[in-house]
Ligand binder design. Structure first.
Ligand code: 173
Length: 493
């Protein structure tokens, strides 16, 4: 049946929360029932009721997402372009003001001049909006774990071996039956479309072109199906899952995910609630107190927790997830399950006991609880207390990896692979080419580091190539550690 043409005047007449239409990419949708359940919060929807939401939508979502969330009966028709008025158009332009762009001085550098991950970070700051920058670069509270993740790699020194013949070096690794060109993947990170219109599509294409892959985030701008479509058939990818408060929604999602055969499912468990991200919240506060065109926005109740982008989009995450849910996920299919967000040896061992095929050491890039241990310290703790975890499971680690030397240190200490979150989000501001360049740089740095310490393959990496003395005293050693014997006085309830 041909779509009904809907005049602008009719869209304008449906602008209240109880009778709510909006336009996305030329299609008129009824969002009355959906608005309160919008994962990104109701405020942003209310802002666009009776209006064209295309620009705001396309900044964060892939084209197919709307039809996944809304049944076809909610599709009213297509906007009759002939009825578009000057006033309608001016409101479209007005939407720009809300986001606020970073001031442009001399523009971002050419991709060719980027030499390392820090250059990508500086470039991205010039490219993305202030709101996006706050969301990506921000972390919890005082950002101490964010910084410690980086700093603690700098406390580990190499012990290079010389005269080993390092003329030809190979950075490849095999993980769960697939050979990758390097042990470097992208960490799951939400909303890559904020960086570039092609978002995760560009990341996945770039990673595949370089012989590696991405871990698709539950909150990605594009769906796993859309991402699977742009990489070669049967090419590996990983999927990251948050358990939804509404378990039927998780079950439905998992049916689709399982059918798309990711090589592993990473269940994120370190973010029962979204951390206190002050940069993100500050941007929200600034936007809220700006005069807004829509009185209904002003009338909305305010979340006293700030409700930045992260808190708004993370409200679906279930804080009551337990090991039972991990067991459920393991039993759901034959796809290997990793627990993502391991921060101590006991939990690593428990993941092994329960039947996980891997763990993913992470403090969520410092975005969960501030002063969570730097990731590399958690890896040392696991090595000291339960080395069997390193022998029997795949061990991924993220947080603070910016250099090929960092990658090599993690591999020497027993990781199977590393993941990087922010650096790839920044690199993809240059689209697929940026992703490829970031991977080339990291692989080149890794190759050089391997040659410098005297190895030519990653299976030759071992802890003896490192001096960890500066941080060894921080490693908790099970029940024998003096701290474990401290008498605690517990409060009475
Ligand atoms: O760190 C995050 O911002 C994050 O993991 C997330 C993902 C989806 C929704 C909210 C937060």
């Amino acid at each position: 049946m041909p779509d009904q043409k809907i005049p602008v005047s009719e869209v304008l007449a449906h602008s209240s929360p109880s009778d709510a239409w909006l336009v996305i990419n030329g299609v008129v949708w009824d969002v009355t029932e959906f608005a309160p359940d919008h994962p990104g919060g109701i405020d942003i929807i209310v802002e666009y009721l009776g209006r064209d939401a295309t620009k705001a939508y396309n900044e964060v979502h892939g084209p197919s997402l709307v039809s996944k969330h809304l049944e076809s009966s909610k599709r009213i028709g297509t906007l009759d372009e002939e009825t578009v008025t000057e006033e309608w158009r001016s409101k479209l332009e007005g939407a720009d003001e809300v986001e606020g762009s970073a001031p442009v001085d001399e523009g971002p550098p050419d991709l060719d001049s980027i030499l390392n991950m820090y250059d990508f970070e500086a470039a991205a700051k010039k490219i993305v909006s202030a709101k996006t920058w706050a969301y990506y670069s921000g972390a919890a509270n005082d950002c101490l774990s964010l910084q410690a993740n980086i700093d603690w790699y700098r406390k580990i020194w190499f012990r290079p071996r010389v005269l080993t013949g390092v003329g030809s070096v190979d950075t490849s690794v095999s993980i769960l039956g697939h050979k990758y060109s390097m042990p470097i993947f992208s960490s799951p990170a939400a909303l890559a479309k904020l960086s570039h219109p092609d978002g995760e599509l560009a990341m996945a294409r770039g990673a595949a072109a370089k012989g590696t892959t991405i871990c698709v985030c539950n909150g990605a701008s594009y769906s796993l199906a859309e991402i699977t479509d742009v990489i070669p058939e049967n090419y590996p990818k990983f999927y990251q899952l948050y358990f939804n408060k509404d378990r039927r929604s998780t079950q439905k999602l998992m049916r689709e995910v399982v059918s798309l055969r990711p090589r592993a499912i990473m269940a994120t468990v370190d973010l029962p609630v979204v951390g206190k991200r002050e940069a993100d919240e500050r941007i929200k506060i600034e936007a809220t107190y700006k005069p807004t065109r829509n009185a209904q926005v002003q009338a909305l109740p305010r979340d006293n927790k700030g409700a930045g982008l992260a808190r708004a989009t993370g409200s679906f995450i279930d804080p009551d997830v337990t090991w039972k849910d991990i067991k459920w996920l393991i039993e759901l299919s034959d796809i290997p399950v990793f627990v993502k967000g391991i921060q101590c040896a006991q939990d690593a061992r428990r993941a092994l006991d329960i039947g996980c095929k891997g763990i993913y050491i992470s403090n969520h890039g410092g975005r969960a609880v501030d002063t969570a241990p730097p990731s590399i310290l958690t890896l040392l703790e696991i090595q000291a207390n339960c080395p069997e975890v390193l022998e029997q499971m795949e061990v991924f680690i993220d947080g603070g990896i910016r250099r090929g030397t960092d990658v090599l240190k993690a591999i020497c200490l027993g990781a199977s692979a590393v993941c990087l979150g922010r650096p790839f989000m920044y690199a993809v501001t240059y689209g697929q080419a940026g992703m490829e360049r970031a991977l080339e740089i990291l692989q080149d740095e890794l190759e050089t580091a391997m040659q410098m310490v005297g190895i030519t393959r990653l299976d030759q990496a071992h802890p003896g190539l490192l001096n960890t003395a500066d941080i060894d005293r921080y490693v908790i050693r099970g029940d024998t550690h003096p701290w474990a014997k401290k008498v605690v006085r517990r409060v009475k309830l």
